[in-house]
Write a protein that binds this ligand. Structure first.
Ligand code: PRX
Length: 650
């Protein structure tokens, strides 16, 4: 665990700006007490903000580790994001303001988005998609991506988005695990001026995916005549949409019907399909967006995440749209064509709420203040951060140079599994401590435990657990109930184990300390050490590999790999084998998993029972004195590895 004790806690809390407090949606701390007294009653009251086809009979049915919320209710997530605004002034408001990387743009009002969603829902039906069928979505950040999600939700199909940066092999594994019937993709997507050929990756995956019957392709970034379509299987999006009817009633779904699965990395090499269901998830996304981002009708809200990750699901699509907000959606990177692209977008559209990741903030810091200073950012009134612990320096920079000390900063802690934000300030009432995600949301109860399950005293680090069910919690791992039980519920029976370390200070503020399992957080992306190790040993030259995350100023963590080559292969630091192996990992998983460092070693440090001592490898990679080595089978292995590392790193 990282240790951020001392310095941080001695900082004084920063009060939310007075001007902000005056107009905030939530102004009384009583909301916490009220929710804590009777959480199900609190959630039931909040659920009334959603539109239901049929009210629920029972708020919560809980038998750990399985929760059912709003049992007996009928609801549709797409209806809540679209139909309920028809005939109201929101109908003609911009739902999505989209900007492509090359500078093209498109705005869809709620009325228009509704029509597009109805049409594509009919297209999906026409392709044979039925309630419960899985649809894999592998797309760049274009409006059709949001349209696809809402179209699936409308007819009760289960969407499963695979981030466009994943390789064809990673895509194949996810399609196979989901037994998907349809894939929705695009010919390509832009990234820093070059084109990522998504359809080509889909074609490669589908050689091994017999369940997929149809593929829909959005025409983007490429000459369409250069994109081969397989007769009877592949169809252009625009052709199918030409004849589709814009009438498609939303399917009344049971509260607990599956809305989506989203694959994320765990402690094994195999990604897990996190399952979310309709009503509870929607409530979590809807409520947290309204409260944490203090949404008003006049806001222009921009979350910079990719919809390939859960942040994009909850805080680009379901949360803001179910509140009738105007959402900015951007296709590209912050440095294309110049390092002021984000600030240009804020100026151009008058963005009022801006939600991004610490790794991005640290990058902006490195680039310097001159870029945000070039643009008028005075429309901003609230800032958010997500994905990893934000270091106090980055928090202060964000507060000062982007928020001009006028905007509260909401450091929001949550996970793919939690569905929505669970620890965050409520910006009108919560004092802020830079580097702390502050308090649990109303209705959420967390504890910090030691190895034996006892609560640790304030100021001490431990395992972060959630002690009570909440509506947007995951309902399981797709097709793998055993793993669900083992991963999240066995360590502390009856309590949800987050996999994160945390401590709580004497004022009750939570300080997140990072993952305590074998999951790395690289630029806010979750990658398991095992996934990268499996990719490495898949190379014919590699005998054994061990991967650790090491601290990195910009990325949070960087990937360091220690590799033993097979007889007959030579790996010296600096030789071409390093490049070969890095590329191999990027090809197997995606560029996001490319190791930063590869070190060759004749042996890996192991315990007498043969377990690789990652802790020591982390010490080596981060240049620290070695921890306890007494349990090693052969302490000379790690000593020589450390010496070699120090020689090459200088
Ligand atoms: O370690 C925590 C870190 O990101 C993990 C969840 O990753 P993922 O499921 O990909 O979801 C990312 C977006 C919600 C957590 O277990 N994490 C996320 N937000 C924070 C954070 N760590 C500290 N502070 C945060 N605000």
């Amino acid at each position: 665990m990282n240790n951020i004790e001392g310095k941080v806690e001695s900082r004084k809390a920063i009060q939310p700006p007075k001007k902000f407090v005056k107009q905030a949606n939530i102004t009384s701390k009583k909301i916490y007490e009220k929710a804590a007294k009777n959480p199900p009653a609190f959630w039931a009251e909040q659920a009334k903000h959603l539109s239901w086809f049929k009210p629920w009979k029972k708020v919560l049915q809980w038998k750990a580790p399985y929760a059912k919320w709003f049992v007996g209710g009928k609801i549709n997530a797409a209806y809540n994001c679209l139909d309920r605004f028809l005939g109201t002034p929101t109908q003609n408001k911009a739902a999505i303001i989209w900007e492509g990387e090359p500078g093209d743009s498109r705005t869809l009002t709620y009325h228009q988005l509704h029509a597009e969603v109805c049409k594509f829902a009919n297209v999906l039906k026409g392709l044979g998609v039925k309630k419960g069928d899985r649809v894999i979505v592998y797309m760049p950040m274009v409006p059709e991506l949001a349209i696809t999600l809402l179209s699936c939700a409308r007819i009760g199909a289960v969407h499963s988005v695979v981030f466009g940066g994943f390789s064809s092999e990673a895509l194949r594994d996810r399609i196979q695990d989901a037994s998907a019937k349809v894939v929705v993709t695009a010919s390509g997507g832009f990234r820093r001026g070059s084109v990522i050929q998504l359809k080509k990756n889909v074609d490669a995956s589908l050689e091994h995916c017999p369940t997929v019957e149809k593929v829909v392709v959005v025409n983007r970034a490429m000459d369409p005549t250069q994109v081969p379509l397989k007769e009877g299987r592949d169809f252009w999006w625009h052709r199918l949409m030409e004849d589709a009817s814009a009438k498609c009633p939303a399917e009344p779904m049971d509260s607990e019907d599956m809305l989506f699965t989203l694959y994320t990395s765990g402690t094994t090499g195999k990604p897990k399909g996190i399952v979310h269901t309709t009503a509870g998830y929607l409530l979590g996304a809807n409520l947290t967006t309204r409260w944490i981002f203090d949404l008003k009708d006049s806001d222009v809200y921009w979350c910079t995440a990719d919809i390939g990750w859960v942040t994009g699901h909850s805080y680009i699509v379901y949360g803001p749209l179910s509140n009738g907000a105007t959402v900015v959606m951007y296709e590209g990177t912050p440095d294309y064509p110049e390092k002021d692209r984000f600030w240009r977008i804020i100026e151009k559209y008058g963005v009022t709420i801006f939600y991004t990741a610490p790794t991005a903030i640290r990058t902006f810091m490195k680039w310097g203040e001159e870029f945000p200073k070039r643009r008028d950012l005075s429309s901003l009134r609230l800032l958010g951060s997500v994905g990893e612990p934000i270091n106090p320096e980055a928090w202060m920079w964000y507060y000062e140079f982007i928020g001009r000390k006028n905007c509260p900063v909401a450091d929001t802690w949550w996970q793919t599994e939690t569905g929505s934000i669970l620890i965050s300030p409520l910006p009108g009432i919560t004092p802020m401590k830079p580097g702390s995600a502050t308090w649990t949301m109303p209705g959420i109860k967390a504890e910090i435990l030691d190895e034996k399950g006892k609560q640790v005293p304030s100021g001490s680090g431990g395992y972060l657990v959630l002690t009570h069910p909440w509506p947007s919690m995951m309902r399981g791992i797709f097709n793998d109930p055993e793993r669900y039980q083992k991963q999240y519920w066995d360590k502390f029976p009856g309590k949800y184990f987050t996999g994160d370390g945390a401590k709580q200070d004497k004022d009750g503020f939570f300080w997140l300390l990072g993952r305590i399992d074998d999951v790395m957080n690289v630029s806010g992306h979750r990658i398991s050490t095992m996934e990268v190790e499996s990719a490495l040993v898949d190379h014919h030259a590699v005998a054994e590999a061990a991967v650790v995350g090491k601290n990195h100023d910009i990325k949070g963590q960087a990937i360091a790999a220690f590799v033993t080559l097979k007889e007959g292969f030579k790996g010296t630091d600096g030789n071409e084998m390093i490049g070969v192996l890095k590329k191999h990992v990027a090809d197997k998983i995606g560029a996001l998993a490319r190791p930063d460092d590869i070190h060759f070693t004749a042996e890996l440090p192991k315990t007498r029972s043969g377990k690789i001592m990652r802790r020591l490898l982390r010490d080596i990679a981060e240049g620290r004195a070695l921890g306890d080595t007494t349990t090693l089978a052969d302490p000379s292995v790690v000593a020589s590895l450390k010496q070699k590392y120090e020689e090459t790193e200088g």
